[in-house]
Design a protein around this ligand. Structure first.
Ligand SMILES: [Zn+2]
Ligand SMILES: [Zn+2]
Length: 750
């Protein structure tokens, strides 16, 4: 207590002292300062000077002149770049390497010096100053913040930073296609694989030419008819599709060397050139390849044995370049008795990992962590390809806000030179994409940054008065989507068990409040709508009638149009949409079907009181039809509603439920089932809903136009093993929804 008090006092004295010699950078739209830069400064530093001028003008209203080293007045200079003025004022400071992205800014009297490596360091120094001292932010390519100030003065300024990761590739469309924004958030890789550099903002550090390039060097179209032996041997034959190459074949090696050399000569601006396996598991199983695998500890050993020879062959001509290979899928484990050459970059891919948890805190991530550590021990240049969104359906909620940091820290601690963070690189539809991308940029620069503070900064800065509600939504995600036992990789469907009815209803409530908080601001209202879109999409997929009734579908349509969302997934995926237009079409069809739905007439039946009659089965089965065919009847009786009372750990049982539902109002009804494992539902003798099969929670729905009166329901359900669930929810024409009340279920008198 006393110690803190002393520190506070000391701080007050220092502030008092330093305020005596403060310098005014600008006041009332005017400034006496000049931006000073060497005439031969590299392009990136000249760009830094214009960025400093332009953003200072945004903040202050004053436009500072840019002059040469002898321009400006001493004590009224913003000195950009490592030049003789810096050498004179900060004696003994070594000139940073061109590619060194670290930077310093500090004042000497009234002069402020900005310097770092000439490719990006100096530019980042300027951005850092604008962020830290003047409150500027670059939240997305479209949203920048430059707080207006009438005056600003300083007495002591100093900051020095170094990048946590050398090559920072935030692979989302908004960053990749906006080089100026990319530079402002300190990403130094904007080139698309396979394309020329084409950079419009100077100083991007490193390009990576190609991906999965082996298939382009030796394609079956070009070679299979003359040289089938170049391709994978499997089950007695050479494969004629894009499988993999037979790496033990010396001609394959020769062609690959010749072709990558040609690429390197024709595209000299890249740093790393792909010699990477194709995107499948069909590695060659010929005797020679098998022998290499045995000798070098598996398929990664065969790959490295091959790639090392390519790297050796191009080293003399290209001493500063690298050959890149994958540690991906079947080559993910590190090899034995062979190590990558100095000019080989190994790109290790985390595609199998659980996105929600740190590598050391999740069972399914431990083997990746071991591979990371094993590669780190032998690879002089380890590079990471990491996955941060849902590629099966970009627009679904993904609660990886707190796991991105430990992942990046593990990459840093294992000496990764670069990270490619793969997000929605084809479109702009991933959940809270601007914030996810901004956080990744910040964390790749500083893996130890305070994530909570960054989230608060972003949510308040980007969503204004709705910021606290966006944080409430993140808390909801943490509470429900990260509950114990939930793990997900980077392919998630809307039927995933982590999404619950409560998540949707609570989320909708929070977004309604968020929208109300910014109702008077159309720009912020649009941002809140975009943020709510993933939840609305989830609702439409799981309970479409609710989504149509509460405006979720209308919101999706508006956001898709406004944001220009074209695709919903990286590639075609079971049960999901590839294109946004297909999603809209499905919902339009649904609306039409609802309008045109034939009325299902009520049935005249004599009932004998409330309840659901059931037949219980036991046995090993994988579907409800198998249950009926080979299950043993284990009992019959009556329950108050559809339900399984069995203990959590009970397995291999099933039910057929039979009941009459009393419909109170003619109109559209929606049945929702969440079932683990399978369930099939019949209404008045017709199958209307099917989530059969052995699986974790899966949701299904049926929308029916039911006449007032009695309707027969048969529900077949079975449990295979592990967890079990059967939830049945009914939405009535008046919008009421919930479990079907016991007083509306009847058993027949017959
Ligand atoms: Zn082979
Ligand atoms: Zn996990």
């Amino acid at each position: 207590m006393r110690f803190n008090g002393f520190k506070l006092m000391l701080a007050a004295v220092v502030t008092l002292m330093s305020s005596c010699s403060s310098h005014v950078l600008f006041k009332n739209g005017r400034s006496d300062y000049s931006i000073v830069i060497a005439p031969d400064a590299p392009e990136s530093e000249q760009y830094a000077a214009t960025e400093l001028r332009d953003w200072l003008k945004e903040v202050s209203g004053a436009e500072l002149p840019i002059t040469g080293l002898d321009g400006g007045t001493q004590g009224k200079r913003l000195v950009v770049g490592f030049n003789p003025i810096v050498e004179e004022l900060v004696p003994g400071t070594a000139k940073p390497g061109d590619r060194d992205d670290s930077f310093t800014w500090e004042n000497h009297g009234g002069d402020i010096l900005f310097w770092g490596g000439s490719k990006r360091g100096t530019l980042y120094s300027v951005y850092s100053f604008l962020e830290e001292e003047l409150g500027c932010r670059w939240y997305s390519s479209k949203v920048s913040v430059a707080p207006k100030k009438s005056s600003w003065k300083f007495s002591k300024l100093y900051n020095h930073e170094e990048p946590g990761i050398i090559i920072r590739d935030n692979c989302v469309l908004d960053v990749r296609s906006n080089p100026a924004f990319s530079a402002r958030v300190r990403n130094n890789f904007i080139k698309l694989p396979g394309k020329g550099p084409g950079e419009t903002i100077p100083g991007t550090a490193e390009g990576y030419w190609g991906v999965h390039a082996m298939g382009s060097f030796i394609s079956p179209a070009e070679f299979y008819h003359t040289h089938p032996e170049y391709f994978s041997y499997r089950d007695g034959k050479r494969l004629d599709n894009y499988s993999q190459l037979c790496l033990s074949n010396p001609e394959v090696l020769e062609i690959c060397i010749e072709r990558v050399r040609k690429v390197m000569r024709e595209n000299p601006d890249f740093l790393i050139y792909s010699m990477e396996q194709n995107d499948n598991y069909l590695f060659c199983e010929c005797d020679e390849c098998k022998a290499l695998a045995e000798r070098y500890g598996g398929q990664s050993g065969v790959m490295l044995w091959f790639v090392n020879q390519v790297a050796d062959a191009v080293k003399e001509e290209f001493p500063d370049k690298f050959i890149g290979t994958f540690a991906y899928q079947y080559t993910r484990h590190a090899p034995k008795d062979i190590v990558p050459r100095d000019n080989v970059v190994v790109r290790l891919c985390s595609i199998e990992c659980c996105m929600l948890h740190g590598y050391d805190e999740c069972e399914q991530n431990l083997s990746f962590l071991k591979d990371l550590q094993d590669w780190s021990a032998i690879a002089p240049h380890l590079y990471i390809w990491d996955y941060v969104t849902d590629f099966a359906q970009y627009s679904l909620p993904v609660a990886n806000w707190k796991s991105m940091q430990p992942h990046i820290q593990d990459f840093r601690d294992n000496h990764a030179i670069g990270i490619l963070e793969e997000g929605d690189y084809q479109t702009v539809s991933c959940e809270l994409r601007e914030m996810r991308s901004w956080l990744l940029s910040k964390l790749m620069w500083n893996p130890d940054a305070d994530v909570d503070a960054l989230i608060k900064d972003f949510t308040d800065g980007y969503y204004g008065a709705a910021g606290p509600y966006i944080r409430q939504y993140l808390d909801l995600e943490e509470r429900i989507l990260l509950r114990p036992g939930i793990h997900t990789g980077c392919y998630i469907e809307s039927s995933n068990e982590m999404y619950t009815p409560e998540f949707i209803s609570e989320g909708k409530r929070i977004f309604a409040e968020a929208k109300a908080a910014v109702a008077s601001d159309p720009v912020l209202s649009d941002r809140v709508e975009t943020a709510a879109m993933p939840l609305c999409f989830l609702e439409m997929e799981r309970t479409p009638l609710n989504g149509l009734n509460d405006g979720a579908y209308d919101l999706i349509k508006r956001v898709v149009g406004r944001e220009g969302i074209d695709r919903m997934a990286e590639g075609a995926w079971t049960g999901g949409f590839l294109w946004a237009k297909d999603m809209l079409e499905k919902y339009e069809n649904l609306i039409r079907n609802i309008k045109e739905a034939a009325l299902i007439p009520a049935v005249d039946v004599k009932t004998s009181g409330n309840g659901v009659s059931f037949t219980r089965y036991k046995g090993d089965f994988l579907s409800t039809s198998e249950m009926l065919a080979k299950g043993t009847i284990d009992g019959k009786g009556v329950k108050p509603f559809f339900g399984i009372d069995e203990a959590e750990d009970e397995d291999h049982f099933g039910y057929v439920f039979d009941t009459w539902l009393k419909v109170e109002q003619t109109g559209i009804h929606q049945f929702n089932i969440i079932s683990d494992d399978g369930a099939v539902m019949f209404v008045d003798g017709k199958e209307v809903l099917n989530v059969d099969g052995s699986h974790p929670d899966r949701s299904g729905w049926a929308i029916l136009n039911l006449e007032k009166g009695m309707h027969h329901i048969e529900l077949r359900y079975f449990e295979d093993f592990e967890a079990q669930k059967l939830d049945v929810v009914l939405t009535c024409p008046d919008g009421q929804n919930g479990p079907i009340p016991a007083e509306r279920l009847f058993i027949s008198a017959d």
